[in-house]
Design a protein around this ligand. Structure first.
Ligand code: DGP
Length: 199
């Protein structure tokens, strides 16, 4: 039996990720696709609660320590993610390892170091990057569009500056070919790519 597709929606803060992921999930469900939503960070787990305290400013953590916690938060979800994909569900995920790399690299941590803890995670079949022009000159925008886009298979950039319905339609068109099952095994993130001399 074909497995479900792993589809990630990434982008800058306030690019409409959550709204668009919700819209996509409800439209796919209406057309009979078995769809499941995920979101990282998942604040419900033990690592998620540490991350939540950091994001709310109640705990101060070293940049590297919080980076590794975000990564651990994704690793601990891996078994259940893979089992849902194997059961045929299409998984729509709001943020993933690309957020981890972009946020920490923008703080000045080396790109290869940022990527290392996420190497080998389940690789998305499709990553939709919701792009906002005002971030074009910012460091984080450059990381998204440069290193991450060029090193990631199945990366599609969506112009998120348009009205909600135009963005939703664009996303739906990119997703449609993925939701009828995938025969290939689940890929491993950044494992096959010659992404850095570290690996
Ligand atoms: P959200 O729950 O999607 O609003 O994300 C909360 C904040 O955390 C947001 O500013 C983006 C940031 N963030 C999300 N994932 C990561 C990650 O993996 N690493 C870092 N450093 N920041 C992240």
């Amino acid at each position: 039996m074909a497995r479900g597709a792993f589809i990630v929606v990434e982008g800058l803060d306030r690019s409409g990720k959550t709204t668009q992921t919700d819209l996509l999930a409800s439209r796919l469900a209406t057309s009979g696709v078995s769809v499941e939503r995920r979101k990282f960070p998942d604040r419900t787990t033990d690592t998620g609660q540490l991350i939540d305290a950091y994001l709310r400013g109640t705990t101060d953590l070293d940049d590297r320590a919080i980076h590794l916690l975000f990564s651990a938060n994704r690793w601990e979800a891996t078994a259940s993610l893979e089992s849902r994909l194997s059961a045929g569900a299409t998984v729509l995920c709001d943020r993933y390892a690309f957020s981890g790399v972009a946020f920490s690299a923008a703080k000045g941590l080396p790109l290869a170091w940022c990527r290392a803890p996420d190497v080998g995670l389940p690789a998305p079949d499709l990553t939709l990057f919701l792009d906002l022009a005002p971030e074009a000159a910012a460091e984080r925008g450059r990381i998204w569009r440069g290193a991450l886009a060029s090193e990631t298979r199945g990366w599609v950039t969506i112009d998120a500056g348009r009205d909600r319905e135009a963005v939703a339609q664009d996303i739906l068109e990119h997703v449609e070919s993925h939701v009828h099952g995938i025969d290939a095994p689940i890929g491993r993130l950044w494992v096959d790519d010659d992404v850095s001399p570290l690996f």
